[in-house]
Design a protein around this ligand. Structure first.
Ligand code: AMP
Length: 340
């Protein structure tokens, strides 16, 4: 599958600078020495070489090879470093190069996205998700630093290291230890092991609210705080709305004496009704009632003035990746919308 024996050497590329540090390896901007093309090289981390090629990378490559869409990052080829000893081969994935990631871009000093710009990014995120979900792929790590944007304004879903095919039969269980905490939906925090595309839609809702609000909306330190903050914003789960909640493995652990009311419309009162309705649909506690990517694209928000701009009409920016802007950014673990 990897065709390592026939793959080209990484020496075809000249590494220019490190632009990212993923969970599974460093990412470099590089130039193809033959035709000058700029690409991204993602090194596959071989932490435990005895166990061979990491299963996460095999999964990522396998999934990326099946996907072909303008809003999904394109894997161009696999290259290997010079083989000194067969066990010491480094493997790199070669991707089209993207100038920014959404977190890096949003963190640039003085950047304030316009409404047509937010609509344009959200439409592309939802179009990419519609495609993945139609092809039965769950991304399972939607967050700003995994949404890459080029200088033509095209947004692409990247980092499929945690992605996997949907469990088609209910009997198949999946891990609930996926999705970066601030973007993780309540059903995973409550321990479910049977889930589907709705997990990515919760993350998309967090991104949307963050784009409007200008800050992450659910920034916390651990799982318990995360669930608490979700319930403070979205209300405590009630049997009428989410009957399956009580059956989730860890639901008993999180029982609060005083139930919270849903506050999404109050917290996001500065935004138009169509935006609040979209946030509400994506941040539905019950995954069965959560909007799908296709429903979200059909929502009024995208069809009323101001209309989304076209990607090519977006402003051009200097390159910005979260890896570089992280040094500037202070990570704050306090909630921007609650006063306690
Ligand atoms: P990943 O391990 O795929 O999450 O990548 C980590 C970081 O590297 C991302 O947040 C991006 O800033 C950067 N990166 C990943 N892929 C690319 C790419 N194709 N072009 C430019 N930067 C990338």
């Amino acid at each position: 599958m990897l065709q390592a024996a026939t793959s080209r050497s990484v020496d075809v590329f000249e590494k220019l600078e490190q632009v990212g540090e993923g969970t599974y390896g460093q990412v470099y901007m590089a130039r193809n020495r033959l035709d000058g093309e700029i690409v991204a090289l993602k090194k596959v981390r071989m932490d435990n070489e005895k166990e061979g090629f990491p299963i996460t990378a095999i999964r990522e490559i396998k999934i990326l090879k099946t996907l072909d869409h303008k809003n999904v990052i394109k894997l161009k080829e696999i290259v290997t470093s010079k083989v000194r000893s067969p066990n010491k081969t480094s493997i790199y994935m070669v991707f089209e190069y993207m100038d920014h990631d959404l977190t890096g871009l949003a963190d640039r000093p003085g950047i304030k996205f316009t409404v047509p710009q937010i609509k344009c990014y959200m439409k592309q995120l939802l179009t990419g998700l519609t495609y993945c979900h139609l092809n039965n792929i769950l991304h399972r790590d939607i967050k700003g630093s995994n949404l890459l944007i080029d200088n033509q304004g095209v947004l692409k879903l990247a980092d499929f290291g945690l992605a996997r095919p949907c469990a088609l039969e209910n009997s198949k269980t999946l891990t609930n230890r996926v999705i970066t905490l601030w973007y993780r939906p309540p059903e995973l925090l409550l321990g479910t092991q049977t889930y589907g595309p709705a997990v990515d839609m919760w993350s998309a809702g967090c991104i949307f609210a963050e784009l409007l609000y200008g800050k992450p909306i659910l920034p916390v330190r651990d799982e318990v705080e995360q669930l608490d903050l979700i319930f403070k914003l979205c209300g405590s789960p009630v049997a009428d709305e989410w009957p399956e909640y009580r059956e989730l493995p860890w639901s008993k652990k999180y029982t609060k004496q005083k139930p919270f009311q849903r506050r999404t419309h109050e917290v996001f009162r500065r935004f138009p009704l169509s935006a609040r309705n979209l946030i509400d649909g994506l941040l539905a506690l019950n995954p069965r009632k959560r909007m799908t990517a296709k429903d979200a694209l059909d929502s009024d928000y995208f069809w009323e003035e101001p209309m989304p701009c076209s990607p090519q009409d977006l402003p051009k920016y200097e390159p910005s990746h979260e890896f570089q802007t992280r040094k500037r950014r202070q990570v704050r673990f306090w909630c921007p919308w609650c006063l306690w």
